[in-house]
Design a protein around this ligand. Structure first.
Ligand SMILES: Nc1ncnc2c1ncn2[C@@H]1O[C@H](COP(=O)(O)OP(=O)(O)O)[C@@H](O)[C@H]1O
Ligand SMILES: [Mg+2]
Length: 265
């Protein structure tokens, strides 16, 4: 890892993904520096989920490079935690057989023990480790306003609560990079308000870099320092929320998509 500031965080260069004859991403480059929330938006089919999947190792790019803190990165889903990457998925995705507190403790598992798998499997660990994990997990739940649900099973939680628990679990791993896939999906207006506050507070956590892939443009405008706009797999625009809001090409891409969706409805 190079200690140079401009290589810190996530750097994607020239990412191209083809699914058979379809080009889902074409030469996309972007950076997510530590301590920043970078939003990725774009109309349906623009390539947002594909980009997210590339960074989590679920999709292997046809071309391009990925680096984290200046070192080349070949993400694989089962190695993410070890690489310092945490993510939340569309939906909730908690372990059903564990309490909320245990779910969040599992998130921190690999920091407490040498092996990530050992953490996942909850092998016996020292009492002190256990107590520290428990306290940290409770503090995270408390910070997200869901500590009252610590002993509940995920299946019994309201959707918005489950989403916050999932976020707490992701942060418990103390990631260098946090990936959020459509965190506002399925949430009501009030829940989105509260989510905005939580996301705004995220980069404070040890300068974690946050990449937010989100359909909900208003949320992205509010919580992101920089925004990347994809359209038909290409990078259409990149800038501050104000720059993106005033960009005619962005408005046109969304308008075109809206007209098409309206025509299909
Ligand atoms: N596994 C896949 N196989 C084939 N085509 C795919 C696959 N995943 C996504 N696509 C296509 O790639 C394009 C980008 O999709 P996606 O990344 O899901 O866009 P978004 O998340 O912005 O709506 C779309 O045309 C979609 O149909
Ligand atoms: Mg998507």
């Amino acid at each position: 890892m190079t200690p140079l500031d401009d290589s810190a965080g996530l750097a994607l260069h020239g990412i191209t993904v083809r699914f058979g004859g379809l080009t889902a991403l074409e030469g996309v480059s972007l950076r997510v520096p530590p301590g920043q929330v970078v939003g990725v938006i774009g109309p349906n089919g623009a390539g947002k989920t594909t980009l997210f999947n590339v960074v989590c190792g679920l999709v292997r790019p046809t071309g391009g490079t990925i680096a984290l803190d200046g070192a080349p990165l070949a993400p694989r889903p089962h190695r993410l935690a070890r690489l310092g990457i945490a993510r939340t998925l569309q939906g909730v995705g908690l372990f059903k057989g564990m309490t909320v507190l245990e779910n969040v403790m599992t998130g921190a598992g690999h920091t407490a023990r040498a092996g990530f798998l050992a953490g996942l499997l909850a092998l016996p660990r020292g009492d002190r480790d256990e107590r520290r994990l428990r306290e940290e997990a409770l503090a995270l739940l408390d910070r997200f306003g869901v500590a009252g649900h610590a002993n509940a099973l995920p299946g019994t939680l309201p959707y918005a609560v489950g989403k916050r628990v999932a976020l707490a679990r992701a942060l418990a791993a103390r990631p260098r990079l946090l990936l959020l896939d459509e965190p506002a999906g399925g949430l009501g207006a009030q829940d989105i308000e509260e989510l905005a506050e939580v996301i705004t507070s995220l980069p404070g956590d040890g300068g974690c870099a946050v990449m937010l892939v989100e359909h909900h443009v208003d949320l992205v405008m509010r919580v992101c320092g920089r925004i990347v706009v994809l359209d038909f797999g290409r990078l259409l625009a990149e800038g501050t929320p104000d720059e993106i809001r005033d960009d005619p090409a962005v408005a046109e891409a969304y308008l075109g998509a809206a007209v098409e969706e309206g025509a299909q409805a």
